[in-house]
Design a binder for this molecule. Structure first.
Ligand code: FAD
Length: 287
């Protein structure tokens, strides 16, 4: 079957997020993961940006590597917390020099042990900085939180923050992951009612490991619904059953979101391909 034929079965653009690896071997493994995910003809690959200095260098290294090895646009994530204008501008110049046109602009969280808040106040300031430096051709993506950012006082705060970021010049938002489609749909309706016109792309987390997922969900404020949690607990020592269940749950979430008009899907790959491939197969998007 030709790649074109496969592509026609995938109803919306797919993108995948990776985090920078610490070792050579990790880099090689990730290259294999990217090759395996080529079957989705991803719209772009994104690379997370860590809080500390060495992880920030690794982001740039992975971005460069993907640019060199894959025929795929890359979207670096960039946080402005604890950074100076000069540091951010230097990094934006470097990205521009290697052909990057898409960026995920974030405020970020203060790194543990750091008290310096940085020179920019918010993600919206970073959006403005990128727009000023890269001009109209930049495709600026921002974060959105359908189930409430853990530190936001109310869900409305998140909508307000999104509105400010969209008015500052963002082109699109990718959401924190969620398992409750209604949370996303309500958030999208409320955003629309507030005049937020940028596309909202659902962030999708494959389910592969109960403890890790529970830890992440607690930290980022994504709800792991009780009915899912209880089954994952029961399957904790049966990897195959857990993965089958996880594939079914996430595939049906993707199916519903696409049916409800999600413009694209962004997968948090956790640097693995198997679970995303299984979801694609369950939906008959790929063989
Ligand atoms: P904003 O848009 O400024 O805020 C989002 C919401 O959080 C608003 O409602 C705001 O009011 C509320 N909020 C945030 N902080 C506070 C506070 N202190 N008090 C009260 N309310 C608050 N982080 C990384 O470090 N690296 C990454 O690569 C990365 N990638 C991400 C990718 C996606 C798709 C998403 C959804 C998140 C990502 N994050 C990443 C996490 C992100 O940095 C944090 O969620 C951060 O706390 C908020 O950044 P923001 O740009 O969304 O902030």
């Amino acid at each position: 079957m030709s790649l074109n034929h496969v592509q026609r079965r995938i109803p919306v653009p797919i993108s995948c997020e990776f985090f920078p690896t610490a070792t050579e071997q990790g880099g090689e493994n990730l290259a294999k993961v990217r090759r395996a995910l080529a079957v989705f003809d991803c719209e772009y690959f994104s690379v997370t940006y860590g809080a500390g200095g060495s992880t920030q260098e690794r982001t740039l290294k992975l971005v460069r590597r993907i640019c060199e090895e894959d025929e795929r646009p890359v979207m670096p994530h960039l946080t402005c917390i604890s950074a100076t204008y000069a540091e951010l501008e230097a990094l934006l110049d470097t990205y521009q020099s290697i052909g990057i046109k898409r960026l995920l602009a974030l405020r970020g969280d203060v790194p543990p042990g750091s008290f310096y808040m940085g020179e920019l106040d918010s993600a919206a300031d970073l959006v403005q900085l990128v727009r000023k430096k890269w001009g109209d051709t930049a495709h600026i993506v921002v974060a959105a939180y359908p189930e409430k950012h853990p530190r936001a006082k109310t869900p409305h705060d998140d909508l307000e923050a999104l509105k400010i970021k969209s008015e500052a010049g963002a082109n699109e938002a990718v959401t924190q992951y969620f398992f409750n489609a209604d949370a996303f749909l309500r958030f999208r309706d409320e955003a629309c009612a507030m005049g937020i016109e940028i596309p909202l792309v659902p962030g999708i987390m494959p389910i592969t490991n109960y403890r890790q997922l529970a830890r992440f969900s607690d930290a980022c404020g994504a709800e792991l619904p009780r009915w899912i949690r209880k089954r994952l607990e029961a399957y904790e020592h049966d990897v195959e059953a857990l993965q089958l269940f996880g594939t079914e749950v996430v595939a049906s979430l993707c199916e519903r979101l696409v049916k409800e008009g999600a413009p694209a899907l962004h997968f948090y790959s956790m640097n693995r391909s198997q679970a995303i491939l299984a979801i694609g197969r369950a939906l008959s998007w790929i063989d």
